[in-house]
Design a binder for this molecule. Sequence first.
Ligand code: ADP
Length: 159
Amino acid sequence: MATALFPGSFDPVTKGHESIVKKALPMFDKIIVAIGENTSKKTMFSLQMRKKWLQDTFKDYDNVEIDSYNCLTTDYCKLKDVRFILRGIRDTADFQYEKNISDINTVLDSSIETVFLLADKEESTISSSFVREMLLFGKDVKAFIPDKVVITDKDICRQ
Ligand code: ADP
Protein backbone atom coordinates (compact mmCIF):
# COMPACT_ATOMS: atom_id res chain seq x y z
CA MET A 1 0.00 0.00 0.00
CA ALA A 2 1.86 3.09 -1.23
CA THR A 3 1.07 6.44 0.29
CA ALA A 4 2.63 9.73 -0.80
CA LEU A 5 3.00 12.92 1.17
CA PHE A 6 2.47 16.18 -0.73
CA PRO A 7 3.94 18.81 1.59
CA GLY A 8 3.78 22.56 1.10
CA SER A 9 2.72 25.93 2.42
CA PHE A 10 -0.44 26.08 0.27
CA ASP A 11 -0.67 29.84 0.92
CA PRO A 12 -3.14 29.50 -0.77
CA VAL A 13 -3.79 26.23 -2.64
CA THR A 14 -3.80 26.79 -6.42
CA LYS A 15 -4.95 24.95 -9.52
CA GLY A 16 -1.28 23.93 -9.88
CA HIS A 17 -1.29 22.05 -6.56
CA GLU A 18 -4.69 20.51 -7.37
CA SER A 19 -3.41 19.27 -10.72
CA ILE A 20 -0.29 17.65 -9.23
CA VAL A 21 -2.40 15.69 -6.72
CA LYS A 22 -4.87 14.59 -9.39
CA LYS A 23 -2.04 13.48 -11.67
CA ALA A 24 -0.47 11.46 -8.83
CA LEU A 25 -3.68 9.77 -7.66
CA PRO A 26 -3.43 6.81 -10.10
CA MET A 27 0.12 6.16 -8.83
CA PHE A 28 -0.64 5.91 -5.12
CA ASP A 29 -3.30 4.32 -2.93
CA LYS A 30 -3.44 7.44 -0.81
CA ILE A 31 -2.06 10.98 -0.82
CA ILE A 32 -1.61 13.04 2.33
CA VAL A 33 -1.62 16.75 1.51
CA ALA A 34 -0.02 18.37 4.54
CA ILE A 35 0.83 21.94 5.45
CA GLY A 36 4.32 22.22 6.91
CA GLU A 37 4.27 24.76 9.72
CA ASN A 38 7.93 24.57 10.59
CA THR A 39 9.18 27.07 8.03
CA SER A 40 10.12 30.62 8.97
CA LYS A 41 7.89 31.82 6.11
CA LYS A 42 5.27 34.35 7.10
CA THR A 43 2.00 33.37 5.47
CA MET A 44 -0.82 35.51 4.11
CA PHE A 45 -3.50 33.08 5.28
CA SER A 46 -4.03 31.33 8.61
CA LEU A 47 -3.31 27.64 8.95
CA GLN A 48 -7.03 27.08 9.58
CA MET A 49 -8.05 28.76 6.30
CA ARG A 50 -5.33 27.03 4.26
CA LYS A 51 -6.44 23.68 5.66
CA LYS A 52 -10.09 24.39 4.99
CA TRP A 53 -9.36 25.28 1.34
CA LEU A 54 -7.42 22.03 0.90
CA GLN A 55 -10.35 20.13 2.44
CA ASP A 56 -12.78 21.89 0.09
CA THR A 57 -10.56 21.15 -2.93
CA PHE A 58 -10.30 17.41 -2.28
CA LYS A 59 -13.58 16.72 -0.51
CA ASP A 60 -14.72 14.31 -3.23
CA TYR A 61 -11.57 12.19 -2.95
CA ASP A 62 -11.68 9.51 -0.22
CA ASN A 63 -8.01 8.71 -0.74
CA VAL A 64 -6.78 12.27 -0.12
CA GLU A 65 -6.14 13.19 3.51
CA ILE A 66 -5.50 16.77 4.65
CA ASP A 67 -3.23 17.43 7.61
CA SER A 68 -0.58 19.79 8.99
CA TYR A 69 2.66 19.23 10.91
CA ASN A 70 5.28 21.26 12.73
CA CYS A 71 8.31 19.04 12.59
CA LEU A 72 10.80 18.08 9.90
CA THR A 73 9.10 16.62 6.82
CA THR A 74 11.16 13.42 7.12
CA ASP A 75 10.07 13.02 10.76
CA TYR A 76 6.46 13.51 9.72
CA CYS A 77 6.93 10.82 7.03
CA LYS A 78 8.18 8.43 9.71
CA LEU A 79 5.23 9.29 11.94
CA LYS A 80 2.78 8.58 9.11
CA ASP A 81 4.76 5.58 7.79
CA VAL A 82 5.18 7.25 4.39
CA ARG A 83 8.11 6.55 2.03
CA PHE A 84 7.26 8.82 -0.90
CA ILE A 85 7.25 12.61 -1.03
CA LEU A 86 5.43 14.19 -3.96
CA ARG A 87 6.56 17.55 -5.37
CA GLY A 88 5.65 19.57 -8.44
CA ILE A 89 8.08 21.18 -10.89
CA ARG A 90 7.25 24.14 -13.11
CA ASP A 91 10.67 25.18 -14.43
CA THR A 92 14.42 24.86 -13.93
CA ALA A 93 14.35 27.11 -10.86
CA ASP A 94 11.85 24.74 -9.23
CA PHE A 95 14.00 21.79 -10.25
CA GLN A 96 17.13 23.20 -8.58
CA TYR A 97 15.22 24.14 -5.43
CA GLU A 98 13.39 20.81 -5.24
CA LYS A 99 16.54 18.78 -5.92
CA ASN A 100 18.29 20.47 -2.98
CA ILE A 101 15.40 19.68 -0.64
CA SER A 102 15.25 16.11 -1.92
CA ASP A 103 19.01 15.66 -1.37
CA ILE A 104 18.72 16.96 2.19
CA ASN A 105 15.76 14.68 2.89
CA THR A 106 17.75 11.70 1.58
CA VAL A 107 20.58 12.55 4.00
CA LEU A 108 18.06 12.75 6.84
CA ASP A 109 16.28 9.54 5.85
CA SER A 110 17.61 7.39 3.00
CA SER A 111 14.41 5.31 2.87
CA ILE A 112 12.43 8.27 1.53
CA GLU A 113 12.12 8.81 -2.21
CA THR A 114 10.90 12.08 -3.74
CA VAL A 115 8.65 11.75 -6.78
CA PHE A 116 8.57 14.79 -9.07
CA LEU A 117 5.75 15.54 -11.46
CA LEU A 118 5.96 18.24 -14.10
CA ALA A 119 3.29 20.94 -14.14
CA ASP A 120 0.97 20.89 -17.12
CA LYS A 121 1.44 23.82 -19.49
CA GLU A 122 -1.80 25.47 -18.32
CA GLU A 123 -0.62 25.58 -14.69
CA SER A 124 3.10 26.11 -15.14
CA THR A 125 2.88 29.85 -14.54
CA ILE A 126 0.60 29.67 -11.50
CA SER A 127 2.11 30.14 -8.04
CA SER A 128 0.73 30.92 -4.61
CA SER A 129 2.87 34.07 -4.53
CA PHE A 130 1.32 35.29 -7.79
CA VAL A 131 -2.17 34.65 -6.37
CA ARG A 132 -1.25 36.57 -3.19
CA GLU A 133 0.03 39.51 -5.25
CA MET A 134 -3.20 39.60 -7.27
CA LEU A 135 -5.29 39.53 -4.10
CA LEU A 136 -3.33 42.41 -2.59
CA PHE A 137 -4.23 44.48 -5.65
CA GLY A 138 -7.87 43.47 -5.44
CA LYS A 139 -7.85 41.30 -8.58
CA ASP A 140 -10.06 38.27 -9.18
CA VAL A 141 -8.06 35.05 -8.68
CA LYS A 142 -10.82 32.56 -9.62
CA ALA A 143 -8.89 31.38 -12.69
CA PHE A 144 -5.91 30.33 -10.58
CA ILE A 145 -7.45 28.60 -7.56
CA PRO A 146 -9.49 25.36 -7.40
CA ASP A 147 -13.16 25.76 -8.38
CA LYS A 148 -14.32 24.74 -4.88
CA VAL A 149 -12.23 27.42 -3.15
CA VAL A 150 -13.52 30.89 -2.39
CA ILE A 151 -11.09 33.49 -1.07
CA THR A 152 -12.29 36.86 0.13
CA ASP A 153 -10.43 39.95 1.25
CA LYS A 154 -11.26 39.26 4.90
CA ASP A 155 -9.33 35.98 4.79
CA ILE A 156 -6.05 37.89 4.50
CA CYS A 157 -4.08 38.00 7.78
CA ARG A 158 -3.06 41.61 8.29
CA GLN A 159 -0.74 42.05 11.26
P1 ADP B 1 6.64 25.26 -0.48
O1 ADP B 1 6.53 26.44 0.42
O2 ADP B 1 7.06 23.99 0.23
O3 ADP B 1 7.41 25.48 -1.76
P2 ADP B 1 4.19 25.43 -2.03
O4 ADP B 1 2.83 25.39 -1.44
O5 ADP B 1 4.64 26.72 -2.63
O6 ADP B 1 5.13 24.94 -0.88
O7 ADP B 1 4.33 24.29 -3.13
C1 ADP B 1 4.17 22.94 -2.81
C2 ADP B 1 4.61 22.10 -4.01
O8 ADP B 1 3.78 22.37 -5.12
C3 ADP B 1 6.05 22.38 -4.49
O9 ADP B 1 6.63 21.17 -4.92
C4 ADP B 1 5.84 23.30 -5.66
O10 ADP B 1 6.90 23.22 -6.58
C5 ADP B 1 4.56 22.72 -6.24
N1 ADP B 1 3.82 23.69 -7.04
C6 ADP B 1 3.47 24.94 -6.72
N2 ADP B 1 2.79 25.53 -7.72
C7 ADP B 1 2.72 24.62 -8.73
C8 ADP B 1 2.16 24.62 -10.04
N3 ADP B 1 1.55 25.69 -10.55
N4 ADP B 1 2.26 23.49 -10.78
C9 ADP B 1 2.89 22.41 -10.27
N5 ADP B 1 3.46 22.34 -9.05
C10 ADP B 1 3.37 23.43 -8.28
